[in-house]
Design a protein around this ligand. Sequence first.
Ligand code: UDX
Ligand code: ADP
Length: 474
Amino acid sequence: MNTTPSSLKICCIGAGYVGGPTMAMIAKQCPDIDVHVVDLNQTRVDQWNSSDLPVYEPGLDEVVQEARGRNLRFSTNVDQAISEADIIFIAVNTPTKYFGIGAGRAANLEFIEKCARKIAECSQGHKIVVEKSTLPVRTAEAVKRILNSAAKGATFDVLSNPEFLAEGTAVQDLLHPDRVLIGGESKEAVERLVQVYARWIPRERILTTNLWSSELSKLTANAFLAQRVSSINAISALCEATGADVDEVARAIGTDSRIGPKFLKASVGFGGSCFQKDILNLVYLCEHFGLREVAQYWEQVVVMNDYQKRRFSERIVRTMFNTVSDKKIAIWGFAFKKDTNDTRESAAIHVCRDLLEERARLVIYDPRVPESQIRSELEMAFADLVGGLSDKHKKLIDANVTVATDAYAAAKDAHAIAVLTEWDEFKTVDATRVFEGMRRPAFVFDGRNILDRENLVKHGFEVHSIGRPSLAHI
Ligand code: UDX
Ligand code: ADP
């Protein structure tokens, strides 16, 4: 194991899904490094300091508990944390811009710019500034310019160190990453950060590149991953039309070592804060550089994902005799994947919106997502960017959405169940109990292909899965 000077102080601006877990892991693995995570959001900071963390991740509680109060702090003291730190990570959100130039595609860099100005204002001496947030290529240059022009005598090196953790497996991903990527111009600054990660990650897994390669690699990795999901989802539509089984196709192609088995799970559509945002960002970059065909190529990944989400809700309506009006539909799962409480861009939001437009009555259950968050996501889905949420849509949501406390309660008296997140607990529900409580025919729409279809059919259900022939008891 390498050693790092014990006086090293790290600050991270942004205590979200990336900043919080990443810094907790650095603090856990390097007890002699002082890690201070700051955020403007007092509620979020309070949650990080409590036993009820704002981010649900298996194993994260233990990591935070080990380091918090020892060498890990969460606070809103942004100025102080910056001024004390040697290395400053920027891990703030970079949502897709919804206004002005590049609306709907470009990343909104407002929060990054504010951080850079704050760092310039509060720094003395020399600081290493690390971009952790996913950013368009050449953002580091903008950050550098802001730092240097606004600096009060301090000097800076800017590094790009994109995070590749996936939510739901963040702790394992941080403990044993496939690779850590560090891009930068200054060899000394790069080496300083390498030394931090080298405490627990084998040196050969720490890749160093130039700044722009590092920034572009993150966008490219997410674009390739999302592309795989859209590719298998495209094939799922063909499977439904032809009678092939998408899980069998995925297994057959995944055993080809050149293709590999991971990320071939057909679904109701990918969600999360990264895939769509990063692809749109890539599309915007390509358009900016006049690469129209390249932009169109990548944009299809998002187009296919939108199609997949829409196709799923349309299938529900079509199967249920072309109307779901006033029918009760149980929604199992609202998070964008299992083992997280994150709902950003979740496919469930789109499916629920479509079903509400068809006047269905929804009873939603998710083991980790609170009711207030479900309602706020649905309200945002109906809101128009300029006028906000209309009274009509507010009433539609209030009258037709109920949130249940377990999967059985959600399915009680329902005409159908739609599985939208692959939570493990849905695989082991008591099928007899669910079936007895439901209306007939009892439809199941499995948007994640996780349920035991044969077993459900034996119990009397009619089962519709993604990319597989429908099954019903004869
Ligand atoms: C992703 C990248 O994996 C990660 O490296 C990056 O740092 C952030 O973006 P995340 O969005 O947290 O991580 O989760 P991921 O596991 O990639 O899943 C994204 C979406 O794709 C989820 O909605 C998931 O359900 C869906 N998905 C994934 C599928 O539908 N099928 C698959 O085979 C894999
Ligand atoms: P991610 O998934 O990228 O971590 P999140 O939205 O979960 O994104 O977290 C980003 C965090 O950054 C939020 O808690 C937000 O309050 C914080 N943040 C945004 N801008 C600033 C800023 N200028 N200073 C401090 N914190 C900020």
